[in-house]
Design a protein around this ligand. Structure first.
Ligand code: GAL
Length: 690
């Protein structure tokens, strides 16, 4: 029920759905007012014509079945799309003539004196005659006004220009300076305002690599789905923002691919705020449907670009169904439309087929060659990445990017045996190194950020693809540190041995070869009473990585030094050095015992009334503070206060850890989380809801 409010009088009232999966219809008092099929973009249901004083019956009908008429459905898909309203819905009250959208461009972002253009689109659903002005102001986030302009308007589009802007800072990955364009429309029908953020930057894929703000930048990132355990797609602002933060700050990535659809605005806005580049693409997975389906997909291009064209973080539009076959007419149209709507960004289209027709600006390739040496009949041996000419069949230089690798070629669980995890780590490192060493490749996004729920046709038999470098709770596997260790040590020192430190865990006893993922200049290792041994990063096997791992193997140590089978096992001490100074040290005990139940909430202050959900990670640590990889006992959770635990209250720790989210209710107050286990003292954490 929607109750009439005085403020609706003489105004346009609508409901804005940020997204619903998938086939949606909205009715007001029995009248169908809108239908929208795309499960990933917003739609606005205009209530005004059927809104009555008093009570109004609002009906939202969503068919969440996998309708083969709607992309991505119609074939197999390696992920779940879930069903229903899973993003925010807003009540919008505006003037009869209002501002619908704006496209902001910064045509000479690298010049000393810059300019901005803004194409403003008005909404005038009743087609009223009007005359008025749009006044506009550019301001720096947290700073003052930069420029103002105004224009008279009497049609549904207007154009504003700001010239001779000086003292402007670029939006860059290390210093993502955002500006805001605030628009105010004044007509005889009232006022309306709209503010969009933007940034000054250039982004260009060239045959010789990617140029960001005119300088070479190797793209290093991961693919991200938008799913979570227990809630599917339905997580709000904080969880979306956290994923961007994890990519940037924990995994040292500079790019994310929103595989395989437009993702939450909260996620993309966070990318803008923290300087994480973004490859956004239309919904789809291998399958191309019939004429109606293709029409809908072209519409998906429009919805994606019109929603997101002002985000500085987005550097390329993916306008091909992920990994589909060539289809000239269809992809000529998706490319045409993308270029018409937004001439400032290049297009890409992700394929796994070779010799595909290049209709896009950038040939974006999922190269799953690494691992194929294990396939029956393959006699090519191990190849890390294929050459650009081999995959594209195009001999002239073209912009080229690797959009996926690994994934199903080597699924690995966070609680898998150490040796498998070491191979998982190695494969990610090998590709990062090959990409870093090839100036023809703009960069890469690995498959993928975290494990995800999937259909029965994929996954490990439990409907999970264990393809992430994080698990579903975003708890790192060892491969996560392959990425993290590529970051600058000034942003966080990484020192992560790829081992559970035991003599009998691997196929053949011992821990050699031992990879230590680090961004230190060198490390010193001690085995028991051994004198400390200095070992340098392995530039022999990883010549191109910004920070190769240190590898202890027969080049640096003898098995005897680690003690052979039947001898005493000792503790290991690892110390990392930067600029000659010790910056991080850790000890792996020879006899680890469960010592601490560590409970880490991402935050303890929540917001009321927004379904604000905060993650909590539980880990069991040994006496030296290391995760205990075989700890699998149960814990039970209880929450008191106006909120809930998302998912079950009983968890069995896996690989020494688990995670969950707690969600604030509508009231302010305090939440008390209690975690009981049979081994540790009860742990209590308090949260405030403001
Ligand atoms: C690719 C696909 C991804 C995922 C991945 C697993 O073929 O684009 O969505 O399924 O394989 O490695």
């Amino acid at each position: 029920m929607l109750t009439w409010e005085d403020g609706f009088e003489g105004r346009e009232v609508s409901l804005v759905f940020d997204a619903a999966m998938a086939d949606s219809e909205v009715y007001l008092n029995g009248h169908r007012i809108i239908a929208h099929k795309d499960g990933y973009t917003p739609f606005e249901a205009r209530l005004t014509p059927h809104l009555k004083r008093g009570e109004n019956l609002l009906t939202v009908k969503i068919d969440g079945s996998e309708n083969p008429e709607i992309p991505p459905f119609g074939g197999q898909i390696d992920y779940l799309c879930f069903a229903g309203i899973y993003r925010d819905v807003w009540l919008k009250v505006a003037s009869p003539v209002s501002i619908a959208n704006v496209k902001i461009e910064t045509p000479d972002a690298l010049a000393d004196t810059k300019s901005v253009t803004a194409r403003v689109f008005l909404a005038n659903p009743e087609g009223r005659a009007f005359a008025g002005t749009i006044s506009a102001q550019i301001s720096r986030r947290g700073g003052g006004d930069v420029a103002t302009a105004s224009v008279n308007v009497s049609a549904n589009e207007a154009f504003l220009t700001f010239e001779n802007l000086t003292g402007i800072e670029l939006w860059d990955i290390d210093n993502p300076v955002l500006y805001a364009l605030s628009l105010k429309l004044e007509t005889e029908h009232g006022e309306d305002v709209l503010t969009h953020r933007f940034g000054f930057r250039t982004a260009q894929f060239t045959p010789d690599g990617f140029l960001f703000n005119g300088r070479p930048l190797k793209l290093r990132g991961l693919n991200r789905h938008q799913s979570w355990p227990h809630t599917g797609y339905a997580m709000g602002r904080r969880a979306q923002e956290k994923d961007a933060d994890i990519l940037k700050y924990e995994l040292a990535c500079n790019i994310v691919r929103t595989s395989h659809y437009p993702q939450s605005k909260w996620f993309i806005e966070r990318c803008d705020e923290i300087g994480l580049l973004c490859f956004e693409e239309i919904p789809g997975w291998q399958h191309i449907g019939g004429t109606e389906w293709q029409k809908e997909s072209v519409e998906n291009v429009r919805c994606m670009i019109e929603r997101d064209w002002n985000h500085p973080s987005i550097i390329i539009w993916g306008v091909r169904i992920n990994e589909s076959q060539d289809n000239h007419d269809f992809y000529a149209e998706t490319n045409r439309l993308a270029r018409e709507l937004d001439a400032t960004r290049q297009t890409g289209g992700v394929r796994f087929i070779t010799n595909s027709e290049l209709l896009e600006d950038v040939y974006t390739m999922n190269d799953f060659i690494l691992g194929q040496e294990e396939m029956p009949g393959n006699n090519r041996g191990r190849v890390v990445l294929r050459d650009r000419v081999e995959t594209t069949g195009i001999t002239r230089p073209i912009p080229y990017m690797i959009t996926e690798y690994n994934g199903h070629m080597y699924p690995t669980k966070r609680f898998d045996q150490e040796q498998r995890q070491a191979e998982h780590v190695t494969r990610h490192l090998l590709i990062l190194d090959a990409v870093a060493g090839d100036s023809n490749i703009s960069g890469s996004t690995g498959w993928c950020m975290f494990d995800y729920n999937t259909h029965k046709d994929f996954g490990a038999g439990d409907r999970i693809c264990y393809h992430g470098v994080l698990d579903m709770y975003r708890i790192p596997k060892l491969a996560a540190y392959a990425y993290a260790s590529q970051g600058d040590p000034k942003d966080g020192v990484v020192l992560q041995p790829v081992t559970f430190w035991a003599r009998g865990e691997r196929n053949v006893g011992g821990v050699l070869p031992l990879i230590i993922l680090t961004n230190c200049d060198y490390i010193e290792v001690k085995f028991g009473e051994w004198p400390a041994k200095r070992v340098y990063p392995d530039r022999e096997n990883y010549p191109h990585l910004p920070h190769p791992p240190v590898v202890l193997d027969l080049r640096s140590v003898t098995p005897e030094e680690f003690g052979t089978w039947g001898r005493v096992w000792r503790e290991g001490t690892f110390t990392g050095y930067v600029d000659g100074k010790p910056v991080k040290s850790l000890t792996l005990p020879a006899d680890p015992v469960p010592t601490t139940l560590e409970v880490t909430p991402d935050d303890t202050a929540l917001r009321a009334g927004e379904k604000d959900a905060v993650r909590v990670v539980i880990r069991v640590l040994d006496q030296c503070g290391n995760l205990l990889p075989f700890f699998e006992e149960p814990v039970s959770l209880a929450l008191e206060g106006p909120g809930r635990i998302i998912g079950p209250a009983d968890h069995t720790l896996k690989g020494g850890a688990t995670g969950f989210w707690i969600e604030a209710g509508d009231e302010h107050g305090t939440l008390t989380l209690t975690i009981k286990s049979r081994r540790f003292a009860t742990s209590t954490t308090t949260f405030t809801i403001n």
